[in-house]
Design a protein around this ligand. Sequence first.
Ligand code: NI
Length: 138
Amino acid sequence: MEKTKRFGVSMENKLLKKFDSFIKRKNYPNRSEAIRDLIRLALVDEEWKETDHDVIGVLVIVYDHDRRELTSSMLDREHKHTDKILTTLHIHLDHENCLEAKIIKGKMKEVQKIADELISLKGVKFGKLIPATFGKGI
Ligand code: NI
């Protein structure tokens, strides 16, 4: 296990109270674990903005599967990116709605473009690209 270092953090009392109540709501065992996660989130966020390397993300979409033209245009678009869409998880939510989670890997702009192309299709009720990380260095 990597050696850990301690450091002191100063902040206004009001902000600390809000942070402590956040920690309680999120069920963190202590401030250190919460701070580590927040720092990791910031680093992943930066990784997505400033890298020329590949990024990895999860696109979550909810759509109306009764719209036949939607499923066919979605498949058309996906087949153009077989090298970048690594896998898709599909669940049938009810008689009309489906939820899919797609893992997309590639250059940040390409991943964002694929996500935007799919989210903007008519009949997609919800779409969100969640930036993930390869986990190196965090
Ligand atoms: Ni379905």
